[in-house]
Design a protein. Structure first.
Length: 318
């Protein structure tokens, strides 16, 4: 099939083709918008061409990644497919938002062109709280455009740095939380713990003591990404997802909590721990976004970075 085809509600513009273009070819316009070549025939350079830039289109999808409804999709120039993953080093561009999602085995996905998701909470947009725990060391939280860096200093003491969203989601409202994180210094001792996800609060020294949460979790000196949950009644201890983080490399995650009795977890577009049942249905909430970096008394350093952490909510869960 072509890279893209009309699904419904076309919104088009006419331009002069900057080069020879194939029918259905996805292109990026000078204003940054995505579009695709309409019509059944190829277009020669310099000829007028109609480009669909709005409405819904069915586009080619990256293989072996699962797309959830409402995911922001980027166009992978190297593969000529839509993906929910974000590659900083490439010139991939936003193509739009997924309508119904797509399974890993699907070859296409329906996208609303040039529309971005609407987030109920976004830590890079909305107010958040942070408490740094230390004695003599210099743990820190540093905000730069598009990145929050949580760091522990090499001081032999208890330390904690966190970011907790001020806004919260009540129990019973379906949601999908998503983020992008990386370990730039995993530390040198298991005294260090890193957690990111959703919780009903934070803790001064130990994220495991938080009553209600769903986290992706890393132990210092190990790059194994683990997952855990606790709703006050049912606890799933930190379990290896069998996916490893890579030093200085971001990974994308999703927490699909549209069904609180069976929360689905994803790393880089692939579901993990499908045989485990992560739950929040007995929780009282409300749920907030949380990034939590801690260590017990030890001199291990740590450096973890977050470039995206947000929640979108919905009235239509399925």
């Amino acid at each position: 099939m072509s890279e893209a085809a009309l699904y419904k509600d076309a919104d088009t513009i006419t331009i002069l083709a900057p080069a020879a273009l194939a029918s259905g070819q996805v292109v990026q316009l000078p204003d940054g918008r995505a579009g695709y070549v309409m019509g059944l025939k190829a277009v020669a350079a310099g000829d007028p061409v109609e480009i669909q830039v709005g409405g819904q289109a069915v586009v080619a999808k990256t293989a072996n990644v699962e797309i959830l409804p409402g995911d922001e999709l980027r166009w992978d120039r190297s593969a000529n497919t839509a993906t929910p993953l974000h590659a900083i080093a490439d010139a991939d561009f936003v193509i739009g938002t997924a309508v119904d999602g797509a399974a890993a085995a699907d070859t296409t996905v329906v996208v609303v062109l040039n529309k971005r998701p609407v987030y109920q909470i976004d830590i890079f947009r909305d107010r958040s709280d942070s408490v740094i725990v230390k004695t003599a060391g210099t743990p820190s939280l540093t905000w730069t455009p598009g990145c929050a860096t949580l760091a522990l200093s090499a001081t032999d003491e208890i330390q904690k740095v966190d970011v907790l969203s001020a806004a919260a989601i009540p129990v019973g409202v379906p949601f999908i939380a998503e983020g992008r994180v990386a370990a730039f210094d995993i530390g040198d001792d298991a005294a260090l713990d890193f957690n990111v996800g959703v919780a009903n609060g934070t803790h001064a020294s130990d994220a495991d003591e938080i009553a209600e949460s769903v986290f992706f979790h890393l132990d210092g000196s190990a790059l194994d990404i683990k997952a855990e949950s606790d709703d006050g009644t049912t606890e799933v201890a930190a379990t290896d997802t069998l996916v490893n983080a890579v030093d200085d490399t971001f990974f994308d995650f999703r927490i699909d909590a549209r069904d609180l009795t069976d929360i689905k977890l994803y790393i880089n577009g692939a579901r993990v721990l499908a045989a485990k049942t992560f739950k929040l249905d007995k929780a009282t909430g409300p749920f907030k976004l949380l990034v939590h970096l801690e260590k017990t008394k030890n001199d291990t350093p740590g450096d973890f970075r977050v470039t995206h952490l947000a929640i979108r909510t919905m009235d239509v869960a399925a």
